[in-house]
Unconditional design. Sequence first.
Length: 561
Amino acid sequence: MMEINLEKILAQVLMTLVSIKDKVNHLCLDLEAWEIILFTIGTLLICQWGHSALFDHDKSIKSRLANGFFYYVKRLPVIRTVVRNKMDDVLHEVSAEKLFQLKPGMTYMQRLPEKGKNEIEILRDVNEYLSLDVVDWKKGNVSGTVYGGSEELTDIITKVYHKFAWSNPLHADVFPALRKMEAEVVKISCNLFHGDPEKSCGCVTSGGTESIMLACKTYRDWAYEKGISKPELICPISAHAAFEKAAHCFRMKLIHIPVDAVTRKADIHAMKRAITKNTCMLMGSTPQFPHGVLDPIVEIAELGKKYGIPVHVDACLGGFLLPFMKDAGYEIPPCDFAVSGVTSISADTHKYGYAPKGSSVVLYSSKKWRHYQYFVSPDWQGGIYATPMFAGSRSGAIVAACWASLVHFGREGYVNNTRNIIYTARYIEDGLKTIPGIFIFGKPEMSVVAVGSLDFDIFRLSSGLVQRGWNLNSLQFPPSIHLCCTMPHTRPGVADRFITDVRECVSAIMENPTAKTTGAGAMYGMAQSLPDRSIVNEISTAFIDALYDTGKEKAEVNGLH
C-alpha cells in the first residue's frame, strides 16, 4: 500500500512540474532568446542586490530604515529650519564656553612662545592650569576615573617613569630591560587569570578599547581564514561600546542580545538563537560597566565549545579585582581561563591594577590566537615591519610604570585593596537600599552600584549630587546612574557621606517628584528620548569639538548649516 501511495505522490509531483513548465514555455513564446537571457540576469542581479541590502550590512534593517526616514524628513524646508534653530540652542549648551569655563583673565595659547620657558616658568603655568580642576577625586567624590592615587605609589611610578621616559618597546634590541618588563606583565596577568603556563600569552596595550579591538580583529582574521567573508560578533546589549567601535572599524556585524530585565545578566537563550554560520566571537563582561553584574561566562563558554566559536571575556573594569575576590572573602563564579572554552580576556592594569593611564592587557589561551592579532609587512622598503598591536612606537615608560605597580602591591596588597573596595561597595549598596524612591539594578557583584527610580527622573538625583561635589556616571536604556567604588572611596567617612547626600537629595526630590530635570541631567535625558539617534551623534560630535575648542571655532550641525 505504501508503494502505491508513493507512486501516486510522485506522479502528481511530475504532473505539477510538467504543468509549470508548459505555463512558463507559453509565457515565453513571444520572447526572443536574448530577452530571456537578459531577464534572467536582471532578476538574479536584483535578488542579489536585495539580499545584500537586507542582510549584508553591519546595521540592522530597523536602524537603517529609521536613519533613512529621519535623514529625508530633516531636509524638508519647514523641518530643516526648526531643527537648525533647536540644534543651535543645544550646541551652545555643549560649547567650550559653557562646559569648560576658564578663570577670569585666563586665555588659550594659540601659538608657540617666541622663546622657550624654563622649569620654574613651566611649573608655574602648570599650577595655574591645575587651578581649573574643581572636582576633588582625592576625597572620593568621583565614580571610577582614578582607582589608586596614593602618594607612595605616585612617588614610585614617577621615579620609574623617569628612568624609561625615552624608551620604546618597538626597539626591543635597544631596550632589553623594557622587553623583559613587558613580558613579565603579560605572564603575571596570565597566571592571575589561570592561563596555561606553557600556552597562554598576550600583549600590553594602551587601554581597554585597544585590548577589546585587538581581540575582535583577531577573531575577524580567524574567521576570514575559515572562509567566513562577513564575520559576526555577538554581545549583550550591556557590553562596552568598544565592541561596537571594533565592529565599525573592522566591518564586522554586531549582533546585540538582550539582558535579563531583573538580573541584568546576558540572556543565554537569546545568544544561542543569535548564532549563525558567520558568528566568529561570543563575549561576556566581568562585570559589565552599566550595572556591575557578571555575565554567565560558564554558559557562554559552553556555547562557544558546542559551536566551535571563540569566547572573549571583557574584564577591563574588574580584571584586577577578580583574581583576588576569593582570598578577600567574596565568592564569585569562575570567569577566566579556568573555564574551558574561554579563549581571550581583556583587563585594564590602569584601573584596579593601579598602573598609570594608558596600560591594559589582552590575553589569549594559546599563541595560535595571538598570531591573528599581529601585523606584518614583509616587503616595505624600510625593512620588514612587524607589530603585535595597532601602535608602532609606544611609551616604554608606561609599560615600566605598569610593571612597577604590579610588583609594588604584590598579591597580598591586591587582596587587601580588593577586600576594602568590595566591602565599601556592599556597604553603599545596603545603605542605598534603605532610601525610599530609588532601587538598585540587579545584584552588584563587584565595585559598581547602579541606581534607578520609578518615582522621579533619576538624572535629577545626579544633578543634585553634582551640586554637592560628586561626579557619577549617567547611564541610559534604562535611565540610571552608578558609582564605581575605588580606593579613594574606602577612606573613612566617604561611604557614609555619599549615602547621606543621596538620602537628602532624594528627600528633596520627593517633595515634587514630577518636576523637570535641569542642567546636564536634562540634556542627558533629552538625548536618551530622541528617536532620531543621528541628532545624538551631532550633539556628541559637538561635545568632542568642545574638548579642542580654544574659542575661535564655531560648531556646525552636519548637513544643516
